[in-house]
Design a protein around this ligand. Sequence first.
Ligand code: F0G
Length: 454
Amino acid sequence: MFFEPFKIKVVEPIPVTTREYREQKLKEAHYNLFLLRSEDITIDLLTDSGTGAMSSKQWSAVMDSDEAYAGSRSYYKFVDVVRTITGFKHIIPTHQGRAAERILFSILGGKGKKIPSNTHFDTTRANIEYTGAEAYDFPTAIAFQTELVADFKGNMDIDKLEDFLKSNPRENIPLVMITATNNSGGGQPVSMENIRKTSELARSHGIPFFIDCCRFAENAYFIKKREEGYEDKTILEIAREMFSYADGCIMSAKKDGLSNTGGFIATNLDDLAEKAKVLLIVTEGFITYGGLARRDLESLAVGLMEALDEKYLEYRVNQVKFLGDELLKRDIPILLPTGGHAVYIDAKRFLPSVPPEQFPGQSIACEIYLEGGVRAVEIGSLMFGKRGQNNEIIANPFELVRLAIPRRVYTNNHLEYVADVTRNVYERREHLKGMRIVYEAPYLRHFTAHLEYV
Ligand code: F0G
């Protein structure tokens, strides 16, 4: 038995619309769910990023914040908490994760540089490629066997990483990264052993190791539940050990910071920190706020600690599992096991008649919206499929539809409704059509692309 370890103090009505209305709105949004207005969405599972509910303690901290431009006491509270969790020397706030990415890769990226990871998230990859560097993914071989249940499908493929490090000059690889949990790989956790081995390997080549740690608390919870030797450790102890193997981290604190915005770079590398502070001041803001209101730093200082509460994490991970189980009961193919923040529908098995070049995941996501006003996001060839020499779409290894669950926002009744809506779409799956892109931007096309049915 698990239940929400909180009660509800404030409620916000959600819109209920008709299918006819949604058909009109989706057409106006060019069949891109990012282009819908949220007032036209009943249950919004587009992302778990910045969409969580803050606690009464966080709101109190917001009121108590100090909006000084320089040297704000809210900044010092934030730094204390981030240092308690990560142990890093330099803590540099940014307005969100990708700002940390842009600063990090502006310094370490550039033409000829190669940056390996278990799987880079889309903005991480884009920020690497934007500098002219190349992003490489080495997920474990079992990552995309969607039906296989295993404990740590987010792991780095250590052998592939080793080959890569051996076959490239050290000066071309400015850092090795791990994303925990592995968002683009199904929200699957990375084991402590894998983090440690990746770190040892990187350091044996003299290369710094960084963690993209947006969902570090959820990752730490899985380590506690699944990895031998961690069952009696606190989540904070496990998190500290994870970070102890790294030279730094970047975080979008909109996830396990339990706040609506924020991020940071934290590192022990003095030279990198100095360069990062210069870029921060040029484009984000002064070093004691980094593009955030100080009230955001306050809510983060409280939220980061709340995310380490084991009762909260038990509820969190089990709520994700609840949605997964409800979908499985309705025969919907999903990526197994469910991860930390989202359930991923396997679009290849859901809609085998639509080939990857026609974005089966997007077709399913659109139909789920039309059926019940539920917004999900495609993670497949629309998000990641590159263009070939003849402008053809090169299929991504997986086609997924992510139902991301905002933290502390929806009840299990909402999620049962989502499962029913998805079942209705599944029952009509042979009528679903493929899609084509009619407009796309040069980077991160899924955010703004226009599509139509083929
Ligand atoms: N890294 C990972 C693993 C992420 O999941 C995200 C964001 C970022 C970096 C970038 O952070 O949005 O604060 O700039 N993920 C969100 C998502 C957007 O929906 O998964 P950001």
